[in-house]
Structure formats: structure tokens, C-alpha cells
Design a protein around this ligand. Structure first.
Ligand SMILES: CC(C)(COP(=O)(O)OP(=O)(O)OC[C@H]1O[C@@H](n2cnc3c(N)ncnc32)[C@H](O)[C@@H]1OP(=O)(O)O)[C@@H](O)C(=O)NCCC(=O)NCCS
Length: 203
């Protein structure tokens, strides 16, 4: 066990850090892997999204100066990313850039009906099974309560059994399975399970 492992876990909003560094931005933009077929690989997603991170929608877990994971969330139609079309044009050229930007806007807009939505959750490999994701989720619940929401909702891929188990332990219940939506008939979007957790104490 190293000194870092013994250091207390700190969870803070990205907007409260003096200056979130490039490695944190890289971790956050590496999410959305299921959209890689039109957003490109991790390096490409970094180029597309890093300039437009909304740090007030991201909780970061750190020990000492090491970043171990994050939870990203969305409410009031504002999530962790608000990219303009420009980086897409720069990356893919005019037509392909506009098309991919529109697809991104549709996938983001598709979440409009959620109130408080857990957009992403990630813990780096060597720090897993120490309760870091559970702590990030508890801090996310605090954010939801402070923003006035009485529930948190999420989508998790059907094949991601480990994450489903964690969510169940943290009080989420399964609402439905969305096998393939209208967009998924045209494009390779994964089937997801919709889960919800109430923020009010259960009887
Ligand atoms: C899913 C993920 C976020 C979990 O992160 P984590 O920090 O390992 O999660 P936790 O440590 O809080 O909980 C994981 C398990 O460790 C257990 N655990 C928690 N604290 C522990 C400790 N101190 N010692 C041993 N086990 C512990 C938990 O009970 C939980 O058990 P379970 O799998 O039976 O539910 C992580 O595996 C990950 O980043 N995966 C890739 C991205 C991903 O799938 N994200 C979800 C997208 S919807």
C-alpha cells in the first residue's frame, strides 16, 4: 500500500478546482465509448469535446493529487459537454463534420426528458473495488438534492453487469429495458437498462 492509498479520498466539483488539468479532461472525454462509431477514438473525442467541458457538471475523485475517477451529470439541459460545430468541422471536414455534430446533438437531446441524469461514471482500473464509485454516487445524490430534484436517473448498457450491480447496491431500481430505439435501428447504439433512485427516504 502506498502513501497515496492512505490519503483521504476527496470529491469535488471540477469547477471548484483551481485548474482542472489535461489528464482529467482526457479521462472525462474518454467516456461515451458507445458513440465511438461517429465521435472517433479517445484521442479524437478529446479534440472534439475537451474545449467545451462544463466543469460544474463533473465530480472528481482524488487522493493527494491523483485523479481516480469522476461522475458526470446533467440537469436543466446542461451536461458535461457543450461543443459547438467548429471542432467537428475541423476534425471531419464540412459534410461529415455537420452530420456527426447533428448526431451528437440528437443523442444529447434524446435525454431531454430526464430531470437529473447520471451521464457518466468511471474509476481508473487500479483504484476499483475501494468504494470510490459509491462515494461519487453519494456526492451525485447531494448535487441532485441541492438542485431540487427528487430522483436520479441513468442508462446502463445491458452487458455492463458490474455497473448494474453497483447501482442496485446504491438503491437504484430497474425501470425498463430499452432494447433498440428508433435511432438504434439505423445506427449501432447499444441496448440499455433505465434505472432510477429516489432521493426521498423510503418507508
Ligand atoms: C463500474 C465502476 C464505476 C465501479 O467503480 P468502483 O470504484 O470499483 O466501485 P465501488 O468500489 O464503489 O463498488 C464496486 C464493488 O466493490 C465493492 N467495494 C466497495 N468498497 C470496497 C472495499 N473497500 N473493499 C472491497 N470491496 C469494496 C462494492 O461493494 C462493489 O461490490 P459489487 O460489485 O458486488 O456491487 C468501475 O468498474 C468502472 O469505472 N467501470 C468502467 C466504466 C463503467 O462501466 N461505468 C459505468 C457506466 S454506466
Amino acid at each position: 500500500m502506498t502513501d497515496i492509498d492512505n490519503a483521504p479520498l476527496r470529491i469535488a466539483l471540477g469547477s471548484s478546482l483551481p485548474e482542472p488539468d489535461e489528464s482529467i479532461a482526457r479521462m472525462i472525454t474518454s467516456g461515451r465509448n458507445s458513440l465511438a462509431f461517429f465521435l472517433g477514438d479517445e484521442a479524437c473525442r478529446y479534440r472534439l469535446l475537451a474545449e467545451s467541458i462544463n466543469w460544474d457538471r463533473i465530480l472528481i475523485a482524488r487522493r493527494d493529487c491523483s485523479t481516480l475517477g469522476y461522475a458526470a451529470f446533467k440537469h436543466h439541459r446542461r451536461g458535461p459537454f457543450s461543443p459547438g460545430v467548429r471542432p467537428f468541422l475541423r476534425e471531419f471536414g464540412w459534410w461529415r463534420g455537420v452530420l456527426r455534430y447533428l448526431l451528437f446533438a440528437i443523442t444529447e437531446g434524446r435525454e431531454w426528458y430526464y430531470g437529473f441524469y447520471l451521464y457518466g461514471l468511471h474509476v481508473i482500473k487500479h483504484a476499483r473495488h475501494q468504494g470510490i464509485a459509491s462515494s461519487l454516487l453519494a456526492a451525485t445524490f447531494d448535487q441532485a438534492r441541492q438542485a431540487g430534484y427528487d430522483r436520479v436517473e441513468l442508462e446502463v448498457q445491458v452487458k455492463n453487469v458490474r455497473a448494474q450491480r453497483l447501482y442496485a447496491h446504491m438503491g437504484f431500481t430497474r425501470i425498463r429495458t430499452t432494447p433498440v430505439n428508433w435511432l438504434g435501428r439505423l445506427l449501432p447504439f447499444p441496448a440499455v437498462i433505465n434505472m432510477r433512485r429516489s432521493m426521498t427516504p423510503q418507508p
